[in-house]
Ligand binder design. Structure first.
Ligand code: ZN
Length: 154
């Protein structure tokens, strides 16, 4: 799951990303709720392809004060996870800031990878600080090596 509204995860090859704050590659009609892929600029003259309303299309992202998307699915994913890893967040914006507590309550191991300790660092079993470009690949290599050694046990 991501709070990012860009498509960098998808461009990096990730699949099945949950965009809890929506996506800049989608448009939403404020009049009828229709959503559609949109990579063009939206203006007051933009028209909804479903209801033909003019001026109602907007980026399909969650503004401040609006409810994030997919919360039920995120809670379900957290309940069945083996590991919760938080990468690059301040830990200041709820509900995402509360996911680590939900994971802990579900008995899931938690890891924070962040430039500096977040506001919620104390909730994590383990915290590693540094640039994501360094600590994420290091952690991934370490994890893959540990998994490979488990695979080779007699
Ligand atoms: Zn519409």
């Amino acid at each position: 799951m991501t709070q990012n509204v860009d498509d960098l995860h998808e461009r990096g090859g990730a699949r099945d990303i949950i965009h809890m704050h929506g996506s800049l590659t989608m448009a939403l009609c404020a009049a009828c709720g229709h959503r559609w892929p949109c990579r063009t600029e939206l203006t007051v003259a933009s028209q909804c392809p479903a209801c033909q309303s003019v001026g109602s299309p907007r980026p399909d992202i969650v503004w401040f004060g609006e409810m994030p998307y997919h919360i039920a699915r995120i809670e379900a994913e957290l309940a069945r996870a083996d590991l919760f890893v938080s990468v690059g967040t301040s830990g200041a914006v709820y509900p995402a800031a509360g996911f680590v507590q939900m994971a802990r309550q579900a008995g899931i191991r938690t890891l924070e990878l962040n430039l500096e300790p977040s506001l919620g660092s104390h909730w994590f079993h383990e915290t590693r600080n540094g640039p994501a470009g360094t600590i994420v690949p290091d952690w991934a290599e370490e994890t893959l090596a540990a998994l490979a050694s488990v695979d080779h046990l007699p």
